[in-house]
Design a protein around this ligand. Structure first.
Ligand SMILES: [Zn+2]
Ligand SMILES: [Zn+2]
Length: 122
């Protein structure tokens, strides 16, 4: 079971599905919303159980971003055309059993840091 929660604990989520595609996103939207990089993995939407009152923000016509309205934790990303949902790796309880597979949107990365690990980049 993979479990996580926001900083204040008002929003909890869990899944028994195997998290897919764990990544660190360097895009400007994720950096702005999270404060730096957003680490996430995804599961089928129906496989993620969420409790608590998530606030959803339409960051584009294609996708929405879910966060806790009390503490601001950025927890979820969902594209309308997909039946999956991404959740924040940083919100998970240890041990996660998850290993990062990729850096994504690295062409949009900030200029204030370097990527220094061997995880594949796209
Ligand atoms: Zn919260
Ligand atoms: Zn992103």
């Amino acid at each position: 079971m993979t479990k996580g929660h926001c900083l204040c604990g008002a929003i909890q989520f869990e899944t028994s599905a195997q998290p897919q595609g764990p990544s660190l996103c360097h895009c400007s939207q994720c950096r702005r919303q999270s404060g730096h990089l957003w680490g996430s993995a995804y599961v089928p939407r129906a496989a993620l159980r969420i409790t608590g009152d998530v606030r959803w923000y339409d960051s584009s016509e294609q996708a929405q971003r879910g966060f806790c309205p009390t503490c601001g934790s950025f927890l979820f990303w969902h594209a309308h055309a997909e039946d999956t949902i991404s959740f924040a790796l940083g919100a998970l309880d240890n041990p996660t059993g998850i290993t990062l597979e990729k850096h994504i949107f690295t062409k949009d990365k900030g200029d204030y840091y370097a990527i220094t690990d061997d995880v594949p980049q796209s």
